[in-house]
Design a protein around this ligand. Structure first.
Ligand SMILES: Nc1ncnc2c1ncn2[C@@H]1O[C@H](COP(=O)(O)OP(=O)(O)OP(=O)(O)O)[C@@H](O)[C@H]1O
Ligand SMILES: [Mg+2]
Length: 232
């Protein structure tokens, strides 16, 4: 147990021409190990920006993100990459699969980039099992361009789980799925959360997913306007 993510006075602004656009206006919250947090709010409220900052993929204008006890703002890029590799699974809103790799190779990639792992055989077995668990057993050898949007989204989810990260951050993980596949992915997330204690922070517009979360943080115009606990 303990704090997995601490966000302190997080601000992000950008210069657009002569103006400064304030995207996040001072965000504070703490996520404990094993929590399942849904980040909600209308389009443009800052959800993806926040998630990118939590993952250290972007730098805040001010404030800090502390991941599993380490303030990521001052880390050199190589140490940040290492921490990210050990700690985080990330699912982008736009999936970001590697176009020249098959579904199986995409899922296997984090494993192959991380030296401290088991055999290639073990990696292959896990990658295949993960793809099967998102309903893609018959698509392992397909390239991203040969997959539908929802299928690519499920490959991206499988990839995020590959190294059993203590934290999974996902931007609209069911955004492109029909209700049956959305339910399937949600069940998979809940299973990980329960069985492995994975801390989940998911951006979502999906009321069914948000209802299953143990906590909902709502953004509006770059500010947290609600932070409510309880749920399924
Ligand atoms: N690089 C950028 N340059 C200029 N404006 C940006 C940039 N990135 C984000 N924004 C603006 O910041 C605001 C928040 O964007 P963000 O992508 O975080 O929204 P969101 O809540 O994820 O929306 P959605 O639900 O549509 O995905 C938006 O108004 C967006 O136009
Ligand atoms: Mg977004």
């Amino acid at each position: 147990m303990g704090t997995m993510i601490a966000v302190e006075g997080l601000r992000k602004s950008l210069r657009t021409g002569a103006n400064r656009l304030e995207i996040l206006k001072g965000i504070d919250f703490v996520v404990e190990q094993g929590e399942f947090v849904a980040i909600m709010g209308s389009s443009g409220s800052g959800k993806s920006t926040l998630l990118g900052l939590l993952a250290g993929l972007d730098h805040p204008t001010s404030g800090n993100v502390i991941l599993n006890g380490t303030a990521i703002g001052r880390l050199p890029e190589d140490q940040l990459a290492q921490l990210r590799g050990r700690t985080l699974g990330f699912v982008f809103q736009s999936y970001q699969l590697i176009p020249t790799l098959t579904a199986l190779e995409n899922v296997l990639l984090p494993y192959e980039l991380n030296e401290s792992n088991g055999s290639r055989r073990q990696g292959m077995d896990r990658a295949k099992a993960l793809l099967a668990s998102v309903g893609l057993a018959a698509r392992v050898d397909h390239y991203p361009i040969q997959l539908s949007g929802g299928e690519q989204q499920r490959v991206a989810l499988a990839r995020a789980f590959m190294l059993r990260p203590p934290i999974v951050l996902a931007d609209e993980p069911t955004g492109n799925l029909d209700s049956a596949n959305g339910k399937h992915v949600l069940d998979l997330l809940l299973e990980l959360n329960r069985a492995e204690g994975t801390t989940l922070v998911l951006v979502t517009h999906d009321p069914a997913l948000a209802a299953q979360a143990s906590r909902r943080i709502v953004l509006r115009d770059g500010c947290v306007i609600a932070d409510e606990r309880g749920g399924a």
